[in-house]
Write a protein that binds this ligand. Structure first.
Ligand code: G1P
Length: 292
């Protein structure tokens, strides 16, 4: 199964991190020195993705600009001989024609956002990557999933899953655990979006990485609104699971929910501590605040 395309739903309003996201897309929030969207773009690129599809909304033009060339900036850096900075920009620059943008015109939910990408994806399996969630690991989460997919029959669907404490299951899509496939994969036995407290079929939450068959679009086209009054991707996956298998992939790596204030702060510390050029200085600074 070759996965060439990834869909990044980036139309959300980012209300959990206001006022930072009043005039700026939440996907442009910076973890250390890169915007969130660049981290997930890099993760997808590492996984072999060739075409990057952003489902945007109003006030999201900064994302489009971020993946464009900035001629004034390039020319100024060139004139000043700033080679290192030019290399950073070149490193992050997508190939011409490798990115597409389409708009979700109303906030109707994750399922609707993915459906907006149907024509750009076409008739092939694709990845969905939610930029709120970063996974600190090498190889990245999506690469782990693409590798896991190679061991499965065609027409399989994969979900990145991770256990969460029982008192958090109501915040996520949760999947039931069926037959095990090796150490870190299982057949999904039922899914539910944001189950009421005490009703979750397991502690396995669906995290922000999916590999889906294009048949999901047909289901999304008529999917009624679900939890929170939104068209839910999980509900469409439940529909698709009637005819196709879903597998949960327990990926290696630390998951960070950067769409919440505490998760965003924690991610900044975790990613800075993983950087040899910043680690020691930060450790010393933090000692001051920790009183040790
Ligand atoms: C979405 C999905 C949910 C998943 C979560 C992961 O929810 O609907 O199934 O567990 O992402 O972050 P949201 O966070 O958009 O409410």
């Amino acid at each position: 199964m070759k996965i060439r395309k990834a869909v990044f739903p980036v139309a959300g309003l980012g209300t959990r991190v206001l006022p930072a996201t009043k005039a700026m897309p939440k996907e442009m929030l910076t973890i250390v020195d890169k915007p969130l969207i660049q981290y997930v773009f890099d993760e997808a690129k590492e996984a072999g993705i060739e075409h990057f599809i952003f489902v945007t909304g109003r006030n999201k033009v900064a994302i489009e600009d971020h993946f464009d060339r900035m001629y004034e900036l390039d020319a100024t850096l060139e004139a000043r001989g700033k080679r290192a900075e030019l290399e950073i920009l070149a490193r992050d620059q997508p190939q011409a024609g490798a990115v597409s943008f389409t708009r979700q015109q109303a906030p109707l939910g994750l399922g609707h956002a993915v459906w907006c990408a149907r024509d750009i994806v076409g008739d092939e399996p694709f990845a969905v990557v939610l930029p709120d969630e970063l996974v600190l690991h090498s190889p990245g989460c999506l690469k782990q999933m693409v590798e896991a997919a190679q061991a499965l029959p065609d027409k399989s669907n994969l979900l990145a899953v991770q256990e969460v404490p029982a008192d958090q299951t109501h915040q996520y899509g949760i999947c039931g655990v069926g037959k095990r496939h090796g150490g870190s994969m299982f057949e999904v036995a039922g899914m539910v979006e944001k189950p009421a407290k005490g009703t979750a079929p397991s502690n396995f939450s669906i995290t922000g990485r999916y590999i889906l068959q294009p048949d999901i679009f047909r289901i999304l086209a008529t999917q009624p609104r679900g939890a929170g009054g939104e068209i839910q991707l999980t509900d469409a996956m439940i529909g698709l699971s009637a005819t196709q298998n879903f597998y949960g992939v327990e990926f290696a790596g630390e998951r960070h929910d950067c769409g919440s204030k505490s998760g965003f702060l924690r991610a900044n510390i975790a990613y800075a501590m993983a950087r040899p050029d910043l680690r020691d200085g930060l450790r010393e600074e933090m000692k001051k605040y920790l009183g040790t």
